[in-house]
Design a protein around this ligand. Structure first.
Ligand code: ADE
Length: 235
């Protein structure tokens, strides 16, 4: 039976969902609150991972091993890494890369050592269902569009055009940067759990990223997360 784990890094990205849950029961484990309950009839467990790859990995493992989730969706915000991807747009990962992974010359840059993979693929079916939910949601959001492709994750908030340009040239097709998705991808790959990552663009990963990010998270992020997950759970 399906049990969906929903991870976000920040409270603003999840507040509404927790309130919308019925039969909610909160469990605290490893300094995080896991809220189990029903979202529009779907059996779910929602949790805030906090920021970064280790935090996200710890959270994903716990969702699977302790709370028995069968699928994981990560929702949150990201910085744009492509001129066509604009603030307010949504990106669904087709694959994810840990852009700060570099064990060269032992292994190729970006490859997760001993997995043979640098680009970790997300689940096609979950991705399509999320894309459907996001498309419906975005019809009400003045010109915002949906993109699908490569997301890069690293333990760095990118706020520098030069740094971003270097990443883009090393990773062709990179659409967005964030700090958790590819860690969840590795955990789910290793545990055989289907997962997807959906991100709303909050900033352009340049010199104004920190201000843009804080403004967006405060004003817009929760509406997107709620609107998309609601449609996903109801379809
Ligand atoms: N999440 C949102 N914006 C980001 C950025 N510019 N860098 C890393 N993670 C982000």
């Amino acid at each position: 039976k399906t049990r969906l784990g929903i991870i976000s890094a920040l409270a603003e990205e999840q507040e509404g969902l927790i309130h919308a849950m019925t039969d909610a029961v909160r469990h605290t484990h490893g300094m995080r609150d896991y809220t189990a309950g029903k979202l529009w009839n779907m059996d779910t467990v929602a949790v805030l991972s906090r920021i970064g790859k280790v935090a996200a990995a710890m959270t994903a493992v716990t969702l699977v091993e302790k709370f028995g989730v069968t699928h994981i969706v990560f929702t949150g915000v990201a910085g744009s890494a492509d001129r066509a991807v604009q603030v307010g747009d949504v990106v669904i990962a087709e694959s994810l890369v840990q852009h700060d992974m570099d064990a060269s010359p032992l292994f190729p840059r970006f490859e997760v050592p001993l997995t043979g993979l640098s680009h970790l693929p997300s689940d096609l079916e979950l991705g399509s269902r999320l894309a459907h939910a996001a498309t419906t949601f975005l019809e009400g959001e003045n010109g915002a569009t949906l993109h699908r492709g490569l997301i890069g994750s690293g333990d760095q908030f990118i706020h520098d055009g030069v740094r971003l340009a270097a990443l883009k040239s090393a990773l062709p097709g990179l659409l967005a940067v964030e700090m958790e998705g590819a860690a969840v991808a590795q955990v789910c790959f290793e545990l055989g759990i289907p997962f997807a990552v959906i991100r709303t663009i909050s900033d352009n990963a340049n010199e104004s990223a920190a201000t843009d990010f804080m403004h967006f998270v405060k004003t817009v992020a929760s509406r997107y997360a709620f609107g998309i997950i609601e449609r996903f759970c109801r379809q």
